[in-house]
Design a protein around this ligand. Structure first.
Ligand code: IPM
Ligand code: MG
Length: 354
């Protein structure tokens, strides 16, 4: 197949991990006889420095005309929270402009890496959960006001915005353990009361085979570390999903391991590791590329429909971990490049994908 893939490294360790992701894409193409056309573009702080805009027109146009987007990370101390133009605006604009309303963040625990997690190994056995985070609504995108002494951020959701993301969660739950946990703060927030009503209605009507439970976000944050193996699919609003997925990454052992897919109504999705730009380790070649490479697997699966190739990439990451090619966040000494190369090697020696 021929596919056009936009490659947006961004800031900090973003370009370093995306380089390894791109190498894996090219290895998949070579092995399967595909042609992937990779085109790099600026986003975030790097784009602000060169164009004044966190999401230049040319980058947005490239993303619109691509089959998928591989994204690194954005942000850094140079463009702090009080800067007039901030890197984060680039990512938020990209999500909104492309209508990427559903953010899939799977969390599994590789038993070989259980020791990298601060949680007890017995709590981690069998953890296999998927957070479906609403990505283009809520407090992130509501009206903002600011005076010298007061500030406000509006959180609003329409029933339609909730329906479509719950539907994504429902469809994914059907291919898993068919258990959906909808997370809200319905004891306090009006948006959460609407969320709960809509989730109840959509699951009852469209996914009668799925079991639905509701959890308040504060209690859910606790259950995620107390009994994480009990969760299957979680569906929640934008900010709760942001917070809960950083927390859930602790289960896997390192935030550097976790991938994500941001999907909309079309096939054109954005794939990024959930970690940030990690300015403290940028440029040292020690960032963990496995979260980005697992995001490449999601790209192959969700945007290109290449399930066999996606599974092969996931197996190759597991093989690299089994060989103990581990970056410092996982207790090893491998460089970003060595970790990426181990995955490419494992892919190349695996039997051909059908
Ligand atoms: C994430 C990040 C972003 C978010 C930031 C960089 C805007 O934390 O993708 O989880 O809050 O959505
Ligand atoms: Mg986050």
């Amino acid at each position: 197949m021929i596919a056009r893939i936009a490659v947006l490294g961004g800031d900090g360790i973003g370009p370093e991990v995306v380089r390894e992701g791109a190498a894996v894409l090219l290895a998949v193409a070579a092995k399967g006889g595909h042609r992937f056309e990779l085109t790099e573009a600026l986003v975030g702080g790097a784009a602000i420095d060169s164009t004044g805009q966190p999401l230049p027109e040319a980058t947005l146009a490239l993303c619109r005309s691509s089959d998928a987007i591989l994204f690194g990370a954005i942000g850094g101390p140079k463009w702090g929270p009080s800067a007039p133009v901030r890197p984060e605006q680039g990512l938020l604009a990209l999500r909104r402009e492309l209508g990427l309303f559903a953010n899939l963040r799977p969390v599994t625990v590789n038993p070989r890496l259980a020791a990298a997690s601060p949680l007890k190994a017995e709590l981690l056995a069998g953890v296999d959960l998927l957070v479906v985070r609403e990505l283009t609504g809520g407090i992130y995108f509501g009206e903002k006001t600011r005076t010298a002494t007061s500030a406000s951020d509006l959180c609003s959701y329409s029933a339609g915005e909730i329906e479509r993301v719950v539907r994504v969660a429902g469809k994914l739950a059907l291919g898993r353990r068919k258990k959906i946990t909808s997370v809200d703060k319905a004891n306090v927030l009006e948006t959460s009361r609407l969320w709960r009503e809509v989730a109840e209605r959509v699951v009852k009507a469209e996914f009668p085979d799925c079991q639905l439970e509701h959890q308040l976000v504060d209690s859910c944050a606790m259950q995620l570390v107390r009994r994480p193996a009990d969760f299957d699919v979680l569906v929640t609003e934008n900010m709760f999903g942001d917070i809960l997925t950083d927390e859930a990454s602790v289960l896997a052992g390192s935030i550097g391991l976790l991938p994500s897919a941001s999907l909309g109504a079309g096939g054109n999705g954005l794939y990024e590791p959930i970690h940030g730009s990690a300015p403290d380790i940028a440029g040292r070649g020690i960032a963990n590329p496995y979260g980005t490479i697992m995001s490449v697997a999601m790209l192959l699966r969700h945007s290109l429909g290449l399930e066999a190739e996606a599974a092969a990439v996931e197996r190759a990451v597991n093989a690299a971990v089994a060989e103990c090619v581990l970056t410092p966040d996982l207790g090893g000494t491998a460089t970003t490049g060595e970790a990426g190369a181990a995955v490419v090697r494992a892919l190349e020696r695996a039997s051909p994908t059908p």
